[in-house]
Design a protein around this ligand. Structure first.
Ligand SMILES: CC1(C)Nc2nc(N)[nH]c(=O)c2N=C1O
Length: 161
């Protein structure tokens, strides 16, 4: 079994419902157990500001799915919840499910980069990740504690409704 951390983001079509529905779907993945869910956060959009605030969270799972199988399972959940992949990588979305970490694996391929390429400078990833695994050490030996300490909160707050 592998330990994986999944980043969840949504800013369209009732993000709270999207998040709860996605967590239910994660719990139903084959050979997968949901170990912990971070608090939900409200974050200002990274990128174009003419979009809604995001709901962000991190989910810790254990699974026997391979990285690619897990990626495909997450993409299927996104699609089932109405995610329409547009060219604009910076636009609003109903649901994003990204693999942050998969054990201590380092993968750099066309389809999959693990650890997630941007995770080290995104408060909406680092803070919820720290909530559930404060002692985490990344595959390159960076301490999550040090990354969080250096990362401004940028107005990140608990999701209140
Ligand atoms: C468009 C982009 C980069 N901005 C985001 N901004 C925030 N705050 N949260 C996200 O999950 C998020 N996801 C994205 O994909």
């Amino acid at each position: 079994m592998s330990i994986c951390y999944i980043a969840l983001g949504s800013n369209l079509e009732d993000p709270l419902a999207q998040a709860n529905c996605a967590i239910t779907a994660l719990k139903q993945l084959p050979n997968t157990t949901c170990l912990e869910v971070s608090p939900f956060y409200r974050s200002k959009p990274l990128g174009p500001q003419d979009q809604n605030d995001y709901l962000n969270a991190v989910v810790k799972i254990t699974t026997t799915l391979s990285p690619i199988e897990l990626l495909e399972a997450l993409q299927a959940i996104e699609k089932a919840q109405g995610r329409v992949r547009k060219e604009n990588r910076w636009g609003a979305r109903t649901l994003d499910l990204d693999i942050l970490l998969y054990d201590d694996l380092v993968i750099e391929s066309e389809r999959l980069t693990i650890p997630h390429y941007h995770m080290k400078n995104r408060e909406f990833v680092l803070y919820p990740l720290f909530d559930i695994s404060p002692e985490l050490i990344l595959p390159d030996n960076d301490k999550l504690y040090d990354l969080v300490t250096k990362c401004p909160k940028n107005g990140l707050e608990k999701w209140d409704k």
